[in-house]
Design a protein around this ligand. Structure first.
Ligand code: AMP
Length: 294
């Protein structure tokens, strides 16, 4: 595995690979790898000749009172895990390398961000699409892999790729969970023991909501209420949101008659955790997202 820190170098390397007709699969991350990240890389390895992964904690996507400074980092361990997982090129730029000058262009997402994390984290997805546009241009992948743990991000990347005609296939991969159901997240290290025990109820609450849909409930408000009640009863965290909207467009719905997302964010003392379930109209869990267009 080659570790590259320079934009110029990774760009040249990827261009050379493309000239050799190699298919490139790309996984963008903020590091502190766990099985969720590694599973994306494994999937990329299966479907491409070359896997490029990036580690970059992108300051543009963090709000002023968010955890940019405290975001967990462990580059040495990440390098080891990436190597073991079969990554060919690990791109680890500094902030200065990615943003050497003041940005002269501001990108903003016009849809799919007025709900869920987009509403509670203003500017977050603008930062995400800005860095991804740069990374897509630098690496020029054939395919890019994102986790459905961040399903709104997948919907926004889908919009980015389609709106700006990136010749890239987007693949959304299922959420990898701990044994008890808690979605794996780099931020889980910031939970104390008590919070860690409570955090499993995020998943359990979503599953209770899902069961209602399976049992025939069509009213999104009733499902959302059930999830909120379970969360209030079993966690000390503050509910940021619980929402049920269409997916991938993320528009409000009156009745559950299409693919939807049931999503929540809960704030603990030092970690804000998100989780979601993608459901078809019968309430069955959907574990993959293939780009379908706007
Ligand atoms: P991050 O480093 O948190 O920006 O995540 C990098 C990529 O890994 C994103 O596409 C995430 O959606 C994905 N990811 C993070 N956690 C999980 C998980 N538990 N299961 C699946 N994918 C995940």
């Amino acid at each position: 595995m080659e570790i590259i820190r320079s934009v110029e170098k990774v760009k040249n390397q990827c261009s050379d690979l493309i000239k050799q007709d190699k298919q490139i699969g790309f996984v963008a991350t903020m590091g502190f790898f766990h099985e969720g990240h590694l599973n994306l890389m494994t999937q990329a390895k299966k479907e491409n000749d070359i896997v490029v992964a990036s580690i970059f904690v992108n300051p543009l996507q963090f709000g002023p009172n968010e955890d940019y400074e405290n975001y967990p980092r462990d580059e040495e361990h990440d390098i080891l895990l990436a190597k073991q997982t079969g990554v060919d090129i690990l791109f680890i730029p500094t902030v200065r390398e990615m943003y050497p000058n003041q940005m002269l262009i501001r990108m903003s997402v016009e849809a799919r961000t007025d709900v869920l994390c987009g509403r509670s984290r203003p500017g977050h997805f603008d930062g995400v699409i800005t860095v991804l546009t740069k990374l897509f241009h630098i690496i020029q992948p054939n395919r890019t892999y994102f986790g459905l743990k961040d399903a709104q991000q997948v919907a926004v990347v889908d919009a980015l790729i389609i709106s700006l005609n990136f010749p890239i296939e987007l693949i959304g991969i299922e959420t990898i969970r701990e044994q008890d159901g808690l979605a794996k997240s780099s931020r889980n290290v910031h939970l104390n023991n008590e919070e860690r025990n409570e955090a499993v109820w995020i998943y359990k609450a979503l599953m209770k909501g899902q069961q209602l849909v399976v049992d025939g409930e069509k009213n999104p408000a009733i499902v959302v209420n059930e999830v909120k009640n379970v969360l209030r009863e079993h966690t000390s965290g503050t509910i940021d949101y619980v929402e049920l909207v269409s997916y991938p467009r993320l528009t409000p719905i009156i009745a559950i008659n299409e693919q939807v997302i049931l999503a929540t964010a809960v704030k603990f003392r030092k970690a804000r955790l998100i989780d979601n379930l993608l459901l078809n109209e019968n309430g069955e869990i959907v574990n993959q997202y293939l780009q379908e267009g706007i």
